[in-house]
Design a protein around this ligand. Structure first.
Ligand SMILES: C[S@@+](CC[C@H](N)C(=O)[O-])C[C@H]1O[C@@H](n2cnc3c(N)ncnc32)[C@H](O)[C@@H]1O
Length: 321
């Protein structure tokens, strides 16, 4: 793209037109974000105020490089290498899912539970941490709690560790298939935004998601519930009672995930919370202290084969029907 001797406004308008012609969503918003970032401002209005100004040669070169990536449908957050979650800065790379606004509702739900329990000396686990947005935000909100973050992807854990450092919090990051690395440990709160998109649906997602975000962060198996059902069984065993499990679920999944959790003995108290778009999204299961004091609950009832746990894990999945 020819950018010499052009103002930010002209360069932006030309890029927006080209992105729209290629079907890129919210082209204007992405270009505002890009320009504000090149102006080193966190406020989008910086892009509006600079419309009449001429960028430096270095800024023009960075704009042209970013423009080429946006035109290929790459998410603006990967182009900039960062995003914001819960008002905190997070580095992102294609190794991690870009944190979504609905996950802020999960953090609010988890934070409310931790606050109810006094907010100190509690053990918190984030399963499938990705960028670390859940673990790091909870560690920031509750500095007197001990936060552990797990992910099956070493590349994601590297990003999560960097984000913990960037936000000045201590988070223990461990490579783990679900809870395998913390077997035998107990947590007061387990939070997770697991992969929950049905495999066939992954191919129908917008190119910005499908072609750039990690498939392992999205694909929840044939019905989207494969990881969640295994996680429900393992998490029930990993709680110190009374404990809470807070899960993000896909559009239309909250009810079946709730039913699955209610089959655990003794049954937890399950509540569903809607996200900012009004979609039932966050499932919170609170497991009461039992008469024995702190024994974890039984796993859910045995599952039909489609949802069974992987052979050799020695755990039972639940059947979210
Ligand atoms: C939907 S992303 C969520 C990332 C982040 N927590 C967030 O909310 O933005 C799911 C994450 O789970 C991880 N994951 C997938 N399968 C896993 C497994 N079996 N055990 C641990 N982590 C897993 C993926 O690598 C990915 O980082």
């Amino acid at each position: 793209m020819q950018t010499d001797c052009q103002t930010w406004g002209k360069m932006s308008d030309a890029l927006v037109s080209r992105m729209e012609a290629r079907g890129v969503d919210d082209a204007r918003g992405k270009v505002r974000w890009l320009v504000s970032s090149l102006l080193e401002s966190r406020s989008l209005s910086a892009a509006d105020m600079a419309r009449g100004q001429v960028p430096s040669p270095a800024q023009s070169a960075r704009f042209a490089e970013a423009a080429a990536r946006l035109l290929r449908h790459e998410p603006v957050q990967y182009v900039l290498g960062e995003t914001e979650f819960y008002g905190l800065p997070f580095s992102v790379s294609p190794a991690v899912l870009i944190p979504r606004p609905e996950t802020e509702t999960l953090v609010e739900t988890a934070a409310a539970w931790l606050a109810e329990r006094g907010g100190k000396g509690l053990r918190v686990l984030d399963v499938g941490t990705g960028s670390g947005c859940i673990a790091v935000t909870l560690a920031k909100l509750f500095p007197a709690c001990e936060v552990t973050a797990l992910d099956i992807s070493p590349a994601a854990l590297e990003v999560a560790g960097r984000n913990a450092h960037r936000n000045g919090v201590a988070v223990r990051c461990l490579e783990s298939d679900l809870l395998s690395a913390v077997k035998g440990e107990r947590f007061d709160l387990i939070a997770s935004n697991p992969p929950y998109v049905a495999s066939a649906e992954c191919d129908t997602l917008s190119p910005t998601v499908r072609d750039f975000e990690p498939r392992g962060a999205l694909d929840g198996g044939p019905d989207g519930l494969r990881v969640i059902s295994r996680l429900a069984a393992e998490a029930a065993q990993g709680l110190r009672l009374p404990g809470a499990l807070v899960l993000e679920t896909g559009d239309g999944q909250a009810e079946s995930v709730s039913r699955c959790l209610q089959r655990i003995q003794p049954p937890p108290t399950v509540a569903v919370r809607c996200d900012c778009a009004g979609i039932p999204r966050i499932v919170r299961a609170v497991f009461p202290a039992d008469s024995a004091g702190s024994e974890p609950p039984d796993s859910p009832e045995p599952a039909p084969p489609a949802h069974a746990a992987r052979p050799g894990t020695g755990r039972r999945g639940c059947s979210p029907s």
